[in-house]
Design a protein around this ligand. Structure first.
Ligand code: HEC
Ligand code: HEC
Ligand code: HEC
Ligand code: HEC
Length: 237
């Protein structure tokens, strides 16, 4: 048996180094106050409407096909809500008991990571870039919980079912699996470019540099739109 101190230390290390310890969720309001273009585009996506689908009478056909009751209200059902909101089961995340609107639906932090610890660095980096032209390393953000891979985050909702190829799967599972309809098959490389579910991409000034950089970052930037009304480091923190 391990010495008790070694045991306690190993738990402490696990807590300190797991992403969960730094993934503090706050809701999309903060992100949206600076990134207005992405926020506006996100509003029209399937992810933004994820809570609507849990309401009685919504998506009747799909629910019947998945053996769900189309007339039932699932908006407070703990077997459902977790994948239709931000930060379920994580610090600062959505709860059924004290539901917060900026955390309802699949918002910014579901993909980019809980933002409490890294968003201040976005402001600082934006200001430094504007005044001195110096870039900031993405690693600073990644160390504070910003996600640049996305694949695991998507899998946690889309590939969470029994018999899934994703090894992290655990209940509650999604009722919408490839066995119900092949259209529910999740292919990351294809889905991450789906315009119905993903916000559009807008040109960045290049404030952040270095690894980790998302594998399609350069592709997305090559085809990105001009921003409309974003503020640089001047939004609410
Ligand atoms: C917190 C859970 C969650 C995360 C994380 C998540 N999604 Fe989703 N996604 C959903 C839900 C729920 C829907 C269905 C929304 C609705 O229609 O009510 C959805 C819908 C979609 C759709 C639309 C499917 C269709 O039928 O048209 C695509 C594509 C998609 N997601 C891709 C992604 C990708 C790519 C990622 C990662 C970058 C991702 N999602 C991350 C929960 C999630
Ligand atoms: C493990 C995560 C997860 C859980 C738990 C979950 N969902 Fe979802 N749900 C998703 C994802 C991912 C999608 C998008 C599937 C797609 O279109 O590819 C989705 C889509 C939906 C849709 C839209 C389907 C369509 O084709 O229009 C409805 C309705 C829905 N979920 C209801 C529910 C209900 C009701 C429950 C609880 C009984 C539930 N979900 C539990 C992840 C989840
Ligand atoms: C379903 C997942 C998902 C959601 C939800 C999401 N994003 Fe993104 N976002 C991405 C991906 C993938 C990229 C591409 C990353 C890259 O190119 O480096 C991206 C890129 C960005 C960028 C970089 C510039 C650009 O337009 O490509 C910003 C800024 C951004 N998102 C802000 C937001 C904000 C603000 C929200 C919420 C209103 C949000 N995102 C919601 C997945 C998501
Ligand atoms: C105070 C303003 C501000 C806030 C709040 C803020 N950002 Fe940013 N963010 C910036 C600036 C400035 C940049 C650099 C933009 C550029 O290079 O054009 C940036 C860059 C990004 C990028 C691109 C990173 C890359 O790989 O180059 C993403 C993604 C992003 N922000 C997402 C978010 C998310 C998600 C939130 C909320 C948790 C958030 N931001 C909050 C100002 C902000």
């Amino acid at each position: 048996m391990k010495h008790p101190i070694v045991y306690i230390l190993s738990i402490l290390m696990a807590v300190l180094f797991s992403g969960a310890a730094i993934a503090d969720f706050e809701g999309r309001t903060k992100c949206s106050s600076c990134h207005k273009s992405q926020a506006k585009s996100w509003k029209d996506t399937a992810h933004a409407k994820a809570m609507e689908s849990l309401k009685p009478g919504a998506r009747k056909e799909a629910k019947v096909k998945a053996n769900l009751d189309p007339e039932k209200d699932y908006t407070q059902d703990k077997d459902c809500v977790g994948c239709h909101v931000d930060g379920w089961g994580k610090k600062g995340g959505y709860t059924v008991d004290a539901p917060k609107k900026p955390l309802a639906a699949v918002g910014c932090e579901s993909c980019h990571g809980g933002g409490k610890n890294y968003r201040g660095d976005h402001r600082k980096a934006g200001q430094t870039f504007e005044s001195k032209g110096t870039t900031t390393q993405r690693k600073v953000l990644a160390d504070k919980g910003q996600d640049f891979q996305f694949e695991e985050a998507c899998a946690g909702c889309h590939l969470n079912y029994e018999g899934s190829p994703w090894k992290g799967a655990k209940a509650p599972y999604t009722p919408f699996t490839p066995a119900v309809d092949p259209k529910y098959t999740f292919d990351f490389d294809k889905m991450v470019k789906d315009v119905k579910a993903m916000h559009e991409h807008y040109k960045l000034d290049g404030t952040f540099a270095g690894e980790p950089k998302f594998k399609y970052h350069d592709d997305f930037q090559a085809n990105a739109k001009e921003k409309t009304a974003d503020k640089k480091g001047k939004g609410k923190e």
